[in-house]
Design a protein around this ligand. Structure first.
Ligand SMILES: Nc1ncnc2c1ncn2[C@@H]1O[C@H](COP(=O)(O)OS(=O)(=O)O)[C@@H](OP(=O)(O)O)[C@H]1O
Length: 416
């Protein structure tokens, strides 16, 4: 399955190299050089801050996209193993944990993490928000049969997934799409394609709610987006799986991520300390997962080797707050659903400071998200914010080129 030609999108069809692709290649090259300089100056070696080209790839021959068509991916790709056999960064590859299951502060803050390893880190003690990602087996078995899901129909594997990004607004999106009568979703995060893959597809199916013919089964696990093996695994489950990524300004996302960690581990160093490898030299520490997750172009490259761009919907986390109905219209169109979730479903809750779903007729329960969403962020040194924005800018530009969408994160900067 070849991806559709996309103007300015790497991987589009055509024998001649389009100008946009050339630009992208040049952009890639300059990013590689920047990376190299960072690595040399930081003295931490290339593993600590790798260029997109140096990130281990998982492309498979016969996968939808030609690796050569992707920016910064000149490196040869390793052939795929049988399903489930790819060399995956595992929990054992992650830095040692303290006996209570958490990393000691020094170890987790400075250890270079590959995307898959980030997941291993995220499953540690500092990621324990029941609503977000600390889904236990027990919770999952309950989740399959509870909630708004009527107990009829069949359990099916999901046809659509919200794959990221962490702190992008994934919960808000899932709850909004669940208001659609033709969607059934599991409330907790199954983490099948990262942590629970060994349990097998039957386990995954059992986690899902029952659906009737024609209803769409969904789940959200934001860590999939940064998991190296996830695209291949999802592709091998069903190559027509629809993928949704909620993206948010990577600087704000990083601060949100840090705020979540801080709420559980108040003793961690400040954001300003963690963000730099060397603050005097202005060297950003991209090995810190809070920063690394926001290099969207890097992670997307991995997905585009398995899925055409047309199968991935990018939702703006910012617009999900300012215009939830507008973003939901796009989501419903993408999923082939009638536009049933509209502005009538939302109201702006002043106390919460966010849009909330209007309560369903048969319930008195408020439908705003819990207090782990919309936490007050600590004040971050404006100079650090400025440096981070500069760091992300080339990656953001590349991401806009790859997706054909401008998320306007740079505009936010110039408006200040
Ligand atoms: N309607 C509504 N209500 C509350 N919060 C909303 C909403 N829409 C988007 N957001 C933003 O979602 C951010 C949390 O993102 P996620 O749900 O993806 O987080 S998580 O990865 O599941 O932990 C969360 O980030 P923080 O504000 O930093 O807490 C919110 O800004």
């Amino acid at each position: 399955m070849a991806p559709p030609a996309q103007p300015g999108v790497p991987g589009g069809r055509g024998s001649k190299v389009p100008p946009a692709r050339k630009l992208l290649c040049m952009c890639s090259l300059s990013l590689c050089l920047t990376y190299l300089c960072y690595s040399l100056m930081g003295g931490a070696g290339p593993a600590a801050l790798r260029s997109p080209a140096a990130i281990p790839a998982t492309a498979a021959p016969g996968a939808p996209r030609s690796p050569a068509a992707l920016p910064g991916t000149a490196a040869p790709r390793s052939p795929p193993g049988p399903p489930g056999s790819a060399a995956a960064p595992t929990a054992s590859a992650a830095p040692p944990r303290a006996s209570n299951g958490s990393r000691d502060a020094g170890a987790w803050t400075r250890t270079p993490l590959a995307p898959g390893e980030v997941i291993a880190a995220q499953s540690g003690a500092f990621e324990r928000d029941p609503q977000e990602s600390s889904t236990t087996d027990e919770e999952l078995s309950r989740a399959g049969s509870r909630g708004t899901t009527p107990d009829y129909g069949e359990k099916r594997l999901p046809q659509a997934l919200i794959i990221g990004v962490k702190k992008g607004g994934t919960r808000a999106l899932l709850e909004a799409i669940r208001a659609h009568p033709d969607v059934r979703a599991v409330g907790t995060e199954p983490h099948f394609f990262d942590r629970n893959y060994e349990k097998g597809l039957q386990w995954y199916r059992d986690v899902m709610p029952k659906t009737l013919e024609g209803q769409i089964t969904m789940e959200k696990t934001p860590s999939y987006f940064v998991t190296n093996e996830a695209p291949r695994r999802i592709h091998s489950m069903a190559k027509d799986t629809k993928l949704i990524v909620v993206v948010r300004n990577p600087v704000t996302r990083a601060i949100s991520d840090y705020t979540q960690t801080l709420s559980k581990k108040p003793e961690i160093p400040t954001f300003e300390v963690l963000a730099f490898k060397n603050r005097t030299l202005g060297l950003i520490d991209a090995s810190w997962s809070a920063i690394r997750i926001g290099i969207y172009a890097l992670h997307l490259e991995n997905w585009l080797q398995y899925f055409p761009l047309s199968q991935i919907l990018f939702v703006s986390g910012e617009r999900l707050i300012t215009d939830p109905a507008g973003e939901m219209a796009k989501v419903q169109d993408f999923l082939g659903l009638k536009r049933i979730v509209t502005e009538k479903h939302f109201y702006f809750n002043k106390t919460k400071g966010f849009p909330c779903l209007k309560k369903p007729e048969d319930s008195s329960a408020p439908r705003c998200l819990g207090k782990s969403k919309g936490r007050t962020h600590p004040k971050i040194d404006p100079d650090v914010i400025h440096r981070l924005r500069k760091f992300y800018k080339p990656f953001n530009v590349m991401f806009y080129q790859m997706t054909g969408q401008d998320f306007e994160w740079e505009r936010e900067e110039s408006e200040k």
